[in-house]
Every structure is written in structure tokens, then in C-alpha cells.
Ligand binder design. Structure first.
Ligand SMILES: Cc1cc2nc3c(=O)[nH]c(=O)nc-3n(C[C@H](O)[C@H](O)[C@H](O)COP(=O)(O)OP(=O)(O)OC[C@H]3O[C@@H](n4cnc5c(N)ncnc54)[C@H](O)[C@@H]3O)c2cc1C
Length: 508
């Protein structure tokens, strides 16, 4: 007989999908739920396959891997990973512009005043020093150098974080090995039918081609864009954001990696849409993300293929998507994680971050049958806020452009989300940056994109005007010198990878 505690506990979790989302979920759940008597089964279909892109990450992935007990060096070796200090945006403001959105701070507060306020006031007074001179990750990335941060609070080496660029298929395969080693049951097969409980409307079971029936208490839908459970079984609505983020297509193609391999992802604006370049150890991932209403497939392929740095290693592959998210990412006993839950577009490498957030939030709330509706409400509120804030940040890149092509003119002139207009107005009038607890992008990220795309503050913190000019100049000179010295002492990125984290001769 069940104990009272047992009556409502989750005993079987079924994960549908074996892409990045499915295997990240399996690895995390098998680690965190170990010893709690929960069976985990993952269903994937080789015939359907995985989306196979998604190679640039944010620094948060490191905390996730560590929490899952995944060794960083093993990850780098197994996935042909390179390091990432930020994203370089080329031609986004005006053609010819380039800036890096770094994973790190600019300068440091001066007498309690945010550094960018000081910089903005000096700029208005005629100081032409670029903000980037105060950023170690920007200057190190440009120089194709990398080393891990240190904890020395006085050094520019303590002011940044880093992420990875890796082969998505190898990452999924690596996590599959880890998960199966921890007892996750992998089932190969295609789900062709779902069964809902007549009373609760919950998903009760899935039937595979061939007839096998798989039951579960909780289902994690990681089935990719099709949303086999969240959309096809439960018909949860979709909040469509394509009026703000109209790119709906991509062509992806790998090419040979050409030295030097910079520790950053590149996003170059094109006539309509933009092109990514993600350098890995063994190849470089490339793709053109574009709005099909403005660019034909033929023109998109031509643009992509004529802008590769090395010889192509395959034929370009086409992908279609719709930007937005499910109205509820957790509906009844189904949690949609990964592309099944929504997709904003890959401009700021946020999808894997959202997968990770979905998993950790699910684990924090890990439900029992009785409290599931409350857990779902909380989960949906957290995820909706994250999606909304990422959306605003992405839209900023599009609206803050000074390009001439019809696509870019229309993006500039469209109605912005109100929440974004308020943020930009606060920055222009007074140099204020969005700073909230929830949301992946912090003030330095907003600053990088705003300044990088030529939106500058007209006002600043009045306390800046009371700083002693001579002492301030000396302080700023010292900060710039420290960044320069730190970059000079940083090893070449690929040499650092080859040394596998061992101390290198000549390195600091
Ligand atoms: C053009 C593009 C570029 C991107 N770039 C980035 C990036 O740089 N950084 C980033 O973070 N993210 C990026 N993403 C997003 C990233 O690719 C995805 O978030 C990530 O790969 C996770 O995908 P997934 O696991 O949700 O889906 P998928 O990889 O599509 O996996 C779906 C799984 O479900 C299985 N499945 C589906 N239906 C069934 C069924 N009926 N029966 C059995 N199995 C089924 C499939 O077999 C597969 O295993 C990009 C996406 C696109 C489209």
C-alpha cells in the first residue's frame, strides 16, 4: 500500500526528444533526482533527427555543467569546443560599424558612480576614447587571446566571464552517454499517438510506431519546433512575436576553420537578416538568418555561400521557424523545454540558456501530483518574464539601426514593445540602464548594444561634474593601461585550448 507521501509523488518522467534540450534535461534530472526513486525514460527518433544547430552559448552553461557534475575539460575535448568572450556585431548600426557585446564589465564604478555615466559625460566633453578600451574581454577577443578569469579583484582579469562554442550534435551525444550512465533509459522510436486522461486532461501515455505504450506521471516535451505534446496533444496557444522579430528562416552550413580562431561568435547584418560565424576547433558553423518576406531562398543561399571564410564542408541546410513562445510552457503534466516551448531567434545565443533555465526551474519546483497546478503557474510566470526580457533585448538590435535597405528601414520604423521604448528613453535622457533581478542580460550587455549601435546618452549622473578632472584622467588612464597589459599577457586562444588548461610558458 502507498504511504500518504507516496500517493502524489512523481515516479516516472518521460522526456520526448533527444536533441540538446532532451539530453540536457535527462542529464540534469538523473543527477538531481538520484536516489529519489524516479524512473526517467527518454524517447528519440533517429528518423526525425535533431535540429543540429545551436552551437554558441552564454556563460551560464558553465554553472549548469558544473552542477550536473560534468567536467569542463572533458566537455571541451568531446565537443570540439572553443571559448567565447562575447559576440561581435558587424554592420548593425551603420555599414562599416563593428562592436563586441562582451561577457564582462566596462571599467569600474568611480566614487560610487557607474562607469558608463563618467564615460558619457567625458564623451560629451570631447573625449573620444572608445568604451572598449575599458573592457578586457573586448580587447582580448579582438586579439584572439584567451585565458580564464582570476579572482584578483584589482585586475581586469576578474571582470569577465566566458562561455563555449561547441558542436551541438557532439554535445547531445556526450550528454546522452552521461545520462545513460546514470540510469536514464533511452528508447528509440517515433511517437505516433498520445492518450489523455479523461478526467484530468493530463497526458497519460504515448504510443510508439510498432505499438509499444509508454506511461508517465510527468512528460517533458523536448520534441523541437513541432511541440508534439505541448501543441499537438494539448493545443496550448502560441504567442506570436513575428511582428517584432520577423526573421523566420535560416540556411546553415559548416566550412573549414581558418586561423586565427577568435574566442567570439560573429553576427554580420546583411541586406535582410544577418549571418553567423561560430568557430569551433574542427570546423566553423555558419548560417544566414533571414525574413522570407524580404529575401528569396536563392538570394539567401547566395549571400551565405559567398561570405564563407573557408571551403564549405556540406550543402546548406534550410530551417524554418516562428518567433514567440507557448502561452503556457507548463500545461497540465507537460513541461515544454527547448524549441517546443518557443524560439526567439539565435542572435544572442539565448536558446540553450532558456533550456537550462527551464530545467533548473523545473527542478526547483519539482512537483507532486497534488501541487502541480500551482507549480505550473509559478514556472510559467518565471519563464514568461525571461522570454519577454530577452525579446526586448533582441528587438533593440533591429530597431537601433541606421541602414538604408527596406528591411532595416521597416525595422527602425515599426512600433516597439512599450517595455523597450521606456528602457531606451531612460538611457538617452539620463544614461539609465535596465537593472533587474530576473533576466539574463545585465547593464553591461545593454550598454554594449546601445553604444555599439550609436544610441548615446544626452544626460548623465550630475555627480560626475563634481569629480576632480585631473584625478579622473589619471584614473581612466590607469584603467586603460591595466586592460592593455592584461591583454598583452594573455595567451593565444588556440594555444590555450591545445594546452588543455595547463600553465603555458610566457603566460601570466
Ligand atoms: C538557425 C538556428 C540557429 C540556432 N543557433 C543557436 C545558438 O547559437 N545558440 C543557442 O543557444 N541556440 C541556438 N539555436 C537553438 C538550438 O538549436 C536549440 O535550442 C537546441 O538545439 C535544442 O533543440 P531541441 O532539443 O529543442 O530540438 P531538436 O534538436 O529538434 O530535437 C527534437 C528531438 O525530438 C525528437 N522527436 C520529435 N518528434 C518526435 C516523435 N514524434 N517521436 C519521437 N521523437 C521525436 C527528435 O527525434 C529529436 O530527438 C538555434 C536554432 C536555429 C533554428
Amino acid at each position: 500500500m502507498d504511504t500518504i507521501e507516496d500517493q502524489g509523488s512523481i515516479k516516472r518522467v518521460v522526456i520526448l526528444g533527444g536533441g540538446t534540450a532532451g539530453w540536457m534535461t535527462a542529464a540534469a534530472l538523473s543527477h538531481r533526482l538520484a536516489g529519489r526513486g524516479v524512473e526517467i525514460e527518454l524517447i528519440e527518433s533517429d528518423a526525425i533527427g535533431i535540429v543540429g544547430v545551436g552551437e554558441a552559448t552564454l556563460p551560464h552553461i558553465r554553472a549548469f555543467n558544473t552542477a550536473m557534475g560534468i567536467d569542463e575539460q572533458a566537455l571541451i575535448d568531446r565537443t570540439q569546443a572553443t571559448f567565447k568572450l562575447g559576440i561581435q556585431f558587424v554592420d548593425w548600426g551603420r555599414p562599416g560599424d563593428a562592436y563586441i557585446h562582451p561577457f564582462g564589465a566596462y571599467g569600474e564604478p568611480i566614487e560610487g558612480i557607474d562607469f558608463h555615466q563618467v564615460w558619457a559625460a567625458r564623451r560629451a566633453g570631447g573625449d573620444v576614447t572608445p568604451l572598449d578600451d575599458y573592457s578586457y574581454p573586448v580587447r582580448a577577443a579582438e586579439a584572439c587571446r584567451f585565458q580564464r578569469p582570476t579572482s584578483d579583484a584589482g585586475s581586469p582579469l576578474s571582470t569577465f566571464s566566458y562561455a563555449f562554442q561547441f558542436d551541438a550534435s557532439l554535445y547531445a551525444a556526450f550528454l546522452r552517454e552521461v545520462s545513460c550512465g546514470r540510469g536514464v533509459v533511452r528508447t528509440e522510436g517515433k511517437v505516433v499517438e498520445h492518450h489523455l486522461d479523461a478526467e484530468t486532461g493530463h497526458v497519460a501515455a504515448l504510443t510508439l510506431e510498432g505499438g509499444r505504450c509508454i506511461e508517465g506521471d510527468l512528460f517533458v516535451d523536448c520534441s523541437g519546433f513541432r511541440g508534439r505534446l505541448i501543441a499537438q496533444a494539448l493545443d496550448t496557444g502560441f504567442e506570436d512575436w513575428s511582428h517584432w522579430l520577423p526573421c523566420d528562416s535560416a540556411f546553415a552550413v559548416p566550412c573549414q576553420t581558418v586561423a586565427p580562431v577568435g574566442p567570439y561568435t560573429r553576427a554580420t547584418a546583411r541586406q535582410a537578416g544577418w549571418q553567423w560565424r561560430i568557430p569551433l576547433q574542427h570546423r566553423t558553423g555558419n548560417g544566414l538568418v533571414f525574413p522570407s518576406a524580404y529575401l528569396s531562398d536563392e538570394a539567401a543561399q547566395r549571400t551565405l555561400m559567398s561570405n564563407l571564410e573557408g571551403p564549405a564542408l556540406a550543402e546548406p541546410r534550410r530551417l524554418s521557424f516562428r518567433t514567440g513562445r507557448r502561452r503556457r510552457l507548463w500545461d497540465r503534466n507537460v513541461v515544454a523545454i527547448g524549441l517546443s516551448g518557443g524560439f526567439l531567434e539565435p542572435l544572442e545565443s539565448t536558446s540553450i540558456y532558456l533550456i537550462q533555465l527551464g530545467i533548473t526551474t523545473l527542478l526547483d519546483l519539482f512537483p507532486d501530483q497534488a501541487g502541480m497546478a500551482d507549480d505550473a503557474r509559478e514556472y510559467n510566470a518565471i519563464m514568461a518574464l525571461e522570454f519577454d526580457r530577452i525579446r526586448d533585448f533582441l528587438v533593440l538590435h533591429y530597431v537601433a539601426n541606421q541602414r538604408d535597405e527596406p528591411f532595416w528601414r521597416e525595422m527602425r520604423e515599426m512600433a516597439w514593445p512599450d517595455s523597450l521604448s521606456a528602457k531606451v528613453e531612460a538611457f538617452v535622457s539620463r544614461g539609465l540602464l535596465p537593472d533587474y533581478d530576473v533576466g539574463v542580460f545585465h547593464p553591461p550587455s545593454w550598454l554594449a548594444v546601445l553604444i555599439g549601435q550609436n544610441i548615446v546618452p544626452r544626460g548623465w549622473d550630475p555627480r560626475v561634474d563634481r569629480l576632480d578632472a585631473g584625478r579622473l584622467s589619471a584614473k581612466l588612464g590607469g584603467l586603460r593601461g591595466a586592460v592593455r597589459n592584461a591583454v598583452d599577457g594573455t595567451p593565444d586562444h588556440m594555444s590555450f585550448i591545445r594546452a588543455k588548461g595547463r600553465p603555458m610558458r610566457g603566460a601570466v
